[in-house]
Design a protein around this ligand. Sequence first.
Ligand code: F6P
Length: 341
Amino acid sequence: MRIGVLTGGGDCPGLNAVIRAVVRKGIDTYGHEFVGFRDGWRGPLEGYAMDLDISRVRGILPRGGTILGSSRTNPFKIERGVEKIKENLAEQGVDALVAIGGEDTLGVATKLTELDVNVVGVPKTIDNDLNATDYTFGFDTAVNIAMEAIDRLHTTAESHHRTLVVEVMGRHAGWIALHAGLAGGANVILLPERKFDLDQVAVYVEKRYQTNYSPIIVVSEGAMPLDGQMVLATGELDAFGHVRLGGIGQWLAEQLEKKTGKEARAVVLGHIQRGGAPTAFDRVLATRLGLAAIDAVHEGDFGKMVALHGTEIARVPFIAATGELKTVPPARYGEAEVFFG
Ligand code: F6P
């Protein structure tokens, strides 16, 4: 079989580990051939490809980013997009695709499957918001980066008796904020799933000062105050209709400074959370998902996503993963709330 591999959407530590596992097992165990499609769905759409063999994947296991490049290209927003993909796959002699991506990339894979394109999906996102898998690779790395930042911020916040607000990624789901905040001992954690009461946050901040300890607030970029809306960086939309977020941290720091009279600063971690080497957990998870994806392709079990269920790797229909996002359940937020204030 000749198999195309692509990585789409926001990049994520562990993508290269998946590519390596797919190619190594695909060639060594099954004798398949590979073509690497560049920049997500743009690759098959424009016939933009590169050779992908064992020498090309040597040494990439610990490297962040993706050797294939990525983009948020949506072929369904492009005239004759699907026909172009089918033509380019036929021209390159590609029988099947391994698509590594999040809700948008796998959403495209779901629709292409219905149009008779052979696709197996691998779940990827630092946000950990894909359904039907317990974890996505990249999440553990992002959480560790954010936790380390919080640890560092504690010491400087205490020296200056300041409130520090840390804005982390998470558009619709607050998994990064929840885990990094719990691991870092945050004073308050604010998520997109639950609108927050600014006055209550100010009460938590005051309480922490009473014990001579400086508050660290962890806020997801998509979090919203009770009577407000998401804070947007620009009005710009991507090809999947997502607006660019950013700014809630700064807004919150200003509000808390006014309400508490204590100096406050905001730190935006942004793309630092997505860069650099994956943790051991993410390398192992990405490798296992890659191995399972090439097994599914080899068996012709298309229209499926490989997923982590407990400690086992399973296969689920695309629709189970892309139908709706996995958000933080109220009970999980309740666990963190015990430590607020
Ligand atoms: O979906 C992953 C993610 O990192 C989100 O957490 C974030 O909102 C978005 O991507 C940022 O996108 P971009 O890299 O295109 O600015």
